[in-house]
Design a binder for this molecule. Structure first.
Ligand code: GLC
Length: 733
């Protein structure tokens, strides 16, 4: 009993100590901690934290208790662990993930809530894997349908891309994991991504290529940004003074860290002075493979230290970089409030399925879909019904715990409805089945000729109640793949011939495309139903079956214009090269995507924002809250939307604005609002948009300012850029 005083003293002391630590931790603000830590760091320690120490990590300051920073790809799921200084996977058995649908599918949902769900879910998986920075989302503008990485991005319109990126960013960062929005900027093609030197007028830069990144920074609050490989006006973007210092950090007030793309840094002096904060992936002898673990020879490593020690450069820039790195570490690795995270949970699979359910786009349907109850035998034709789309495609490649291929999902659903399913190859695409050591486990080798495969498909099609052709692109080179662009708009591997043959054998044929890009459709008039199913990830087959059987009424809408021919596209006009290399000027300027098709009167195959449903909708007359709008003012435009069909469904009401009296070139109309609306049969709801005067502005390059011109404007509202149901004119005064 005699120990009680001592024990109580010890208890009181320990309680006091914990209280002090907590209170000291709690009372020191982020900025104070940064300054205090910076003051304790030597120059060597400062240089250590501004470049990689391994393939996906940068150093902390062990002596001061500052943790390392760990990054992971990618925008669709958490990449498997790799070896310290290798791309190849480390062979862990605990790092498989849920593969979420590609971001083009997310954009096609046009649903901000789904974007938030996506970010929260993928952020939980990154958190569980103890990663501090998720290298995504990608928001580069879809400038050409040949773009190899369009599947990782969110379409052709900067407003849509930005609106969908913000909730994703907030969702990820709610887990104490930073997003690293990429690839800032003008990385719109792959083949010569390291050497293409982009130039364009400032209107196009500010109105088309920057807005999604600006929104990601100013509204999403992204804690880091990834600089792109390409050059802009002769200077690599990873150390481009105008893009990183003047615009990103100056005009936008970005307080986070700029992380280079892997191998994007090429010059020490430029990297010091032009806003590069953390150098990753450099191949020290230029862009060929350097020696292993050569991190000290990075441009911002020993070469920088040498310049400081010689007095050639000061440490002001270094301190700014270190402050940004410490801020990123404090928000992530040192974040005391972050949740535990979770991995491969039922909730994440449900989220992946919902993103697919809401993103799949019904492009055409003349009654064949949804699958009728009397359908008893279904033929599936096509390699994409069984081919893994999760392994491959570049840095977004994943090791998923499971991948429900279309064939699996459809067979499960068909059998539940008492129907049988048969699959035939139809064509041979790619036998690729591994990436960085991750294998899909599929052997897609095929000895039969194309003719034999087509004959088999035709014979089987003639016997079926319903034929589902499942093709499109894949994640191999020159398809939907990083590092190489497509070489044409056509479907590869002779798929057009297969489609024609099976449609002739059986008109009850639907074409389902698994892709991240549009393709030419010479058979479009001969096919009853066409579905764009994107790269759906782990739950691809389930989501596709949900839509085909009508368990989910499709509500996806295109995030890009679907052209008839490549020559119709603004980036492929007469005399414009593709792929580009070296000095390249974006001649089309602000007329990207539907801005081009509308303004030039070019008819697309399917317009931007297009998507059908198994029900029908009607948009009534637009009503304005006033006929005029003043500088810095706003007005409201409302429309009644009615489900005029016999089943519940959702559509996307899109608001476009036209400047009817512009003194400068302006697109015929520009997307300025959207709302996804779910309605029961017969139900009417009023959708109201607020139009702000700032929505009417264009970027005046000479004044370097956003300006609006007095005069009349027209609000155009519909369910796609090609389906405007109602208009209302108002005047800016
Ligand atoms: C790649 C990609 C980038 C990725 C990084 C790390 O080259 O361009 O998106 O996050 O390197 O894998």
């Amino acid at each position: 009993m005699k120990y009680i005083p001592f024990l109580s003293l010890a208890l009181a002391a320990s309680v006091t100590f914990v209280a002090c630590v907590n209170s000291s931790r709690k009372t020191v603000s982020e900025e104070d901690w940064i300054e205090q830590t910076l003051a304790k760091m030597s120059v060597e320690q400062k240089v250590k934290v501004i470049h990689a120490q391994s393939k996906f990590s940068s150093a902390g300051v062990p002596e001061l208790g500052v943790p390392e920073l760990w990054c992971t790809d990618g925008p669709h799921g958490i990449r498997p662990e790799v070896l310290w200084d290798e791309w190849v996977q480390a062979g862990w058995t605990s790092d498989s993930c849920v593969a979420f649908p590609a971001l083009t599918c997310l954009a096609a949902t046009w649903n901000r809530e789904v974007a938030a769900l996506y970010g929260k879910s993928i952020g939980e998986e990154a958190r569980y894997r103890d990663k501090d920075v998720l290298l995504g989302p990608g928001v580069n503008i879809f400038r050409t349908p040949l773009g190899g990485r369009n599947f990782e991005y969110m379409g052709e319109d900067p407003y849509l891309a930005g609106e969908m990126a913000v909730p994703y960013i907030k969702g990820v960062q709610s887990n104490g994991v930073a997003t690293c929005v990429k690839h800032y900027c003008l990385n719109n093609e792959e083949t010569n991504r390291h050497t293409v030197d982009i130039d364009l007028d400032d209107r196009a830069l500010y109105e088309i290529y920057l807005p999604a990144f600006k929104k990601a920074v100013q509204e999403g609050g992204s804690w880091s940004i990834m600089s792109s490989y390409n050059l802009y006006r002769g200077q690599h973007v990873s150390h481009n003074h105008r893009l990183l210092v003047d615009i990103l950090k100056g005009e936008w007030g970005f307080d986070g860290a700029v992380i280079s793309d892997w191998g994007g840094v090429h010059d020490t002096d430029e990297a010091i002075h032009n806003g590069m904060d953390i150098e990753f992936g450099t191949w020290t002898d230029g862009l060929t493979m350097g020696k292993t673990n050569s991190y000290d020879s990075y441009y911002l490593a020993d070469p920088y230290l040498k310049k400081i020690r010689s007095g050639e450069v000061g440490t002001e820039e270094l301190d700014d970089k270190v402050r940004r790195v410490l801020r990123l570490i404090h928000r992530t690795a040192m974040n005391q409030d972050k949740p535990a995270g979770s991995m491969r949970s039922p909730e994440h699979y449900a989220a992946a399925r919902r993103i697919g359910d809401e993103g799949i786009v019904l492009l055409k349907n003349e009654g064949l879909l949804p699958v009728k109850p009397e359908t008893k035998n279904i033929l599936i034709v096509g390699e994409n019904a069984i081919k893994s789309m999760i392994v491959g495609g570049g840095s977004s490649s994943l090791k998923a715990q499971r991948e429900i291929y279309p064939l699996l999902g459809i067979t499960e659903r068909a059998e539940a409805a008492g129907a049988s399913v048969k699959w035939v190859r139809g064509y041979v695409g790619s036998t690729d089945n591994s990436y960085n050591g991750v294998k899909s486990g599929q052997d897609l080798s095929e000895s039969r000729s194309a003719g034999v495969l087509i004959a088999e498909a035709v014979e089987e099609a003639a016997k079926a109640d319903l034929v589902l052709f499942i093709g499109g692109l894949n994640k191999s080179k020159n398809q939907d793949c990083e590092g190489k662009d497509r070489e044409g708009l056509e479907l590869p591997y002779g798929q057009d011939e297969v489609i024609r043959a099976i449609v002739e054998a059986n008109p009850r044929t639907a074409v389902i495309l698994i892709s991240g890009n549009p393709v030419a459709m010479p058979w479009v008039d001969d096919v009853n139903a066409i579905v764009e199913a994107w790269h759906g990830g782990s739950e691809a087959g389930h989501a596709l079956a949900d839509v085909l059987w009508g368990d989910v009424n499709p509500s996806g809408h295109l995030p890009f214009t679907w052209p008839v021919a490549l020559a119709d596209c603004p980036a492929h006009q007469e005399g414009m090269a593709f792929p580009n290399d070296g000095k390249t000027f974006y001649n089309e300027g602000i007329l990207v995507g539907y801005r081009w098709f509308d303004t030039k009167g070019v008819k697309p195959l399917f317009p931007f924002g297009h998507g059908l449903s198994y029900t029908t909708f009607e948009i009534g007359e637009a009503r304005l809250s006033g006929k005029t709008i003043r500088k810095d003012g706003s007005l409201k435009v409302s429309v009644p939307v009615t489900n005029t069909g016999d089943r519940a469904g959702a559509t996307v009401v899109q608001l476009y604005i036209s400047d009817d009296e512009a003194s400068v070139l302006r697109p015929a109309k520009e997307l300025k609002g959207f709302e996804k609306v779910s309605l029961n049969p017969g139900e009417t709801r009023t959708v109201t948009f607020t139009v702000k005067e700032e929505d009417l502005r264009y970027f005046d390059a000479d004044a370097h300012a956003w300006v609006s011109e007095n005069g009349t404007f027209t609000a155009r509202i519909g369910c796609s850029a090609g389906d405007i149901a109602t208009e209302a004119t108002f005047t800016l005064i």
